[in-house]
Design a protein around this ligand. Sequence first.
Ligand SMILES: *Cc1c(COP(=O)(O)O)cnc(C)c1O
Length: 245
Amino acid sequence: MNNLEHNITKVRARIQYAASQNQRNYENIHLLAVSKTQSAESVRHAWLLGLSHFGENYVQEALEKQKALKDLAIIWHFIGHIQSNKTAAIASHFDWVHTLDSEKVATRLSNQRPRSLRPIQCCLQININNENTKSGIGIERCEAMASAIKDLPGINLRGLMVIPDPAQPDNQLQYSFEKTRDTLTHLQSRFPDLQLDTLSMGMSRDMELAIAAGSTIVRVGTDIFGPRVHASRPHPETTDNRGLL
Ligand SMILES: *Cc1c(COP(=O)(O)O)cnc(C)c1O
């Protein structure tokens, strides 16, 4: 028995409630279904239930699913750690990248983006607590990074993404989300010509806090698809975001 429909209804209700609690328009909060480790059949089922944005963390796994689902106009988001040797595949097979954290990767994605496609939509990943994970840049580097990559033709900088440690207490999570929002506000004032309209923040456990702080994309896996199927051996790309699997 699959509860997918029930789960999606519940997640949508939570988003709607959090939006109303914070005087926000529900339409401005997009639901990204995180489908890592889930089967292509589950993704197809979720699509039939009305979801159209899906997030994947591992390139190889995503490409296999995309092949099985190429009859659907899914909008694919890459939300995993970006290895330089995977940028060509990401540039050709994704509409969005949430985890940009270096000028080098931005340049590669831009150069490798097929000219037949519109620029790839990007968020800079913020390392808000200066955690010892290597992913993300400190907020003090955001402005310089935005300045360095804003004119690359193959990418379109849309905003910021953050993954605070979900084990933190609520007030810490709230602080991280608000700090990320304030950083975006600063970038908007510095770069008024850019389309900086996106805050990718909030997951199953903390989406309400993220919405309260202004999130425009919540990335939800577990509360849509149920617990993830664990790989039997360490995944070669699981060098980062490991705590999230
Ligand atoms: C796995 C993952 C999610 C989804 O997390 P859940 O707690 O299952 O909702 C969101 N964002 C990123 C970057 C992830 O890796």
